[in-house]
Structures are given as structure tokens and as C-alpha cells.
Write a protein that binds this ligand. Structure first.
Ligand code: FE
Length: 211
């Protein structure tokens, strides 16, 4: 039989079941074989954990809110601009920008694994990688969004985007009321990670003086 195989010759069987242990085991094997430099791995993790984070995506969103020409270009062909901004690289293979409006609310998932726009949002949160989120957001998006505290109006459609190894999505949340006088830097501070995945919205600034 062509597909007859036994567990003992299946490479996965050699690794422990817990993801963290599997990663550690792989790292040890690769390091022992001289295939990776542990310092280089630490550097990559540090970069995506500490130096790159949702602040990059927030800058893009704030500029799209402020600059109509930039917004138009980002919605049409974002890659040249993202490269120019330096928000490009590992796990950012091809980014598609989807914009929330009164008519449509976008939310992003990776049903297969955990593909995510790293150069714009950093390392994905735990819930994004969970089996529950990945399975349920496709099946019952409004219910999942409600659990995140989002009440999407009946006449707003919810669109779920499934990321792949090739295509990653960034959601542009709606600009809240009361932010007319704010510059890009101040606007960027309002933009949360979850709002750029579609599991959050951007709240209006709380200070009365901002209106
Ligand atoms: Fe994935």
C-alpha cells in the first residue's frame, strides 16, 4: 500500500508532543548539527518581540486616516510603501490591507496555523494561535467578536480573512469620532493590536478636551 507507514518511521514521533518542547528539541538538534547559531535565533525572537510590535501597524493606520493619497495607495498596492517604511520581511510575505467601514467589519484568522503580519504587528497573541479561535471565528464570527467585547451592528457584514503562508492581512479600524484635530503620532497611540486583527475597535479618546 502506498500510504502504509508506521509511527516509528514518522519523524514527528521522535519529538515531544508539547509545542514548546518540540521547538526546544528542534533548536537543540539544529544547534548541535551546527545548522543554526543560537545567538541568531535569540536576535530574531528579540526583534519580533521587542523591537517590532503593533506600533508599526498603528503608524500605518494613523497615516491612512490622515493622508488620503497614502490610504488609496495602501489599499491598492501596499508592498512598495511597506518596503519603503521598512515594515517588510520575515512573515510579511504579501500584505493585503482591508478597511473597516460602516458596511463591513473585517477580522483575520489563520485557520491552518498562525500566519500573521509580523513586520506590522510583531508576535501573534496566544488566542490567535488557539484552536478555539481558529475554528470558531469562521463558523460564528459575530459570537466570537462579542466575546472580545465587540457588538457589530446587524446591518454591518462581517468578513473573515484566512491568512496563508503567502498572504497576510492588516485590518484598518474605523477612525473614532472626536479625533479631527489629532496628528498621526497621537492617532497611532489610539490604535490597538486587536483593532488591526479585527477583534477590537479603536475607542475615541477619553479626554473631553480632544473634541
Ligand atoms: Fe498559518
Amino acid at each position: 500500500m502506498p500510504h502504509d507507514h508506521h509511527d516509528h518511521d514518522h519523524p514527528h514521533a521522535l519529538l515531544p508532543p508539547e509545542p514548546a518542547l518540540r521547538v526546544k528539541a528542534l533548536e537543540t538538534i539544529l544547534t548541535d548539527k551546527g545548522l543554526v547559531d543560537p545567538a541568531a535565533l535569540d536576535e530574531i525572537i528579540d526583534t519580533y518581540q521587542n523591537k517590532i510590535g503593533p506600533q508599526n501597524g498603528a503608524k500605518v493606520v494613523a497615516r491612512m486616516w490622515s493622508d488620503p493619497a497614502f490610504r488609496e495607495a495602501m489599499l491598492t498596492d501596499p508592498m512598495p510603501l511597506l518596503e519603503e517604511l521598512g515594515f517588510y520581511g520575515r512573515q510579511g510575505e504579501h500584505i493585503v490591507i482591508v478597511e473597516n467601514t460602516d458596511d463591513v467589519h473585517n477580522v483575520v484568522v489563520c485557520t491552518l496555523c498562525s500566519c500573521y503580519p509580523w513586520p506590522l504587528l510583531g508576535i501573534p497573541p496566544g488566542w490567535y494561535k488557539s484552536d478555539a479561535y481558529r475554528a470558531r471565528v469562521v463558523r460564528e464570527p459575530r459570537k466570537v467578536l462579542a466575546e472580545f467585547g465587540l457588538d457589530i451592528p446587524e446591518d454591518t457584514s462581517v468578513r473573515v480573512w484566512d491568512s496563508t503562508a503567502e498572504v497576510r492581512y492588516l485590518v484598518v479600524p474605523q477612525r473614532p469620532a472626536g479625533t479631527d484635530g489629532m496628528d498621526e503620532e497621537a492617532l497611532a497611540k489610539l490604535v490597538t493590536r486587536d483593532s488591526m486583527v479585527g477583534t477590537g475597535i479603536v475607542q475615541a479618546p477619553t479626554q473631553d478636551s480632544a473634541s
